[in-house]
Design a protein around this ligand. Structure first.
Ligand SMILES: [Zn+2]
Length: 196
């Protein structure tokens, strides 16, 4: 329904930087093999350039068909805790720049204490998170304690939109009045954050 007038002006409903970066964190989470928790992270430098992306997974070379994915077991060796690399760690290690000093990290879930150490030591100055649902657990209290001491700022992301749909067919103008097949579209929804 675009008139010529609309087409001569800048689009108003473009995706703004913070929603864009948080969406990339959520999209990356879709790569995770973890049956319970899928978390993504996106590191951005002071020029709004993405310098690192990660999601939770087993260490490189360690088959994710062999190592356990369960959260609880009689023997801790049979749980994922001892093996899984969290999204924040992977995003820092995957960086394509010399370092991540003064960068901001966008994460779906507030970082745990282990990731807080990585964030602090890598020089990241700000954490933008979507959910802080485990705020009362010791790992997350310790995380805040360290970040407060180290001067790493953290703030909750307030999205401009609660859902973003990626519809591959739009590029060919295939969307008319018909329903888009589910397989062609990906909806990123903040409510999809599950357990850590
Ligand atoms: Zn963590």
């Amino acid at each position: 329904m675009s008139s010529d007038k609309n087409m001569s002006q800048k689009r108003k409903d473009y995706l703004e930087w913070p929603d864009y970066f948080m969406s990339i964190a959520f999209l990356s989470a879709q790569r995770s093999k973890d049956p319970r928790t899928q978390v993504g992270a996106c590191i951005v430098n002071e020029e709004n350039k993405i310098v690192g992306i990660g999601y939770n997974g087993m260490p490189s070379g360690c088959s994710d068909d062999i190592l356990p994915w369960r959260k609880e077991a009689e023997n801790i060796l049979d749980t994922k805790q001892l093996y899984v690399c969290h999204a924040e760690l992977n995003a820092v290690l995957n960086k394509n720049s010399a370092d991540v000093k003064n960068c901001t990290i966008y994460v779906a879930l507030f970082p745990c204490n282990e990731c807080a150490k990585v964030i602090i030591q890598s020089g990241i100055k700000e954490v933008v998170y979507y959910s802080d649902k485990y705020f009362d657990k010791p790992e997350f209290q310790a995380s805040k304690r360290m970040m407060d001491l180290a001067g790493v700022k953290y703030r909750k992301h307030i999205p401009k939109r609660s859902k973003i749909m990626i519809d591959f067919s739009v590029i060919d103008n295939l969307v008319t009045n018909c329903t888009v097949p589910e397989i062609d579209a990906l909806i990123l929804n903040g409510d999809g954050v599950v357990e850590h």
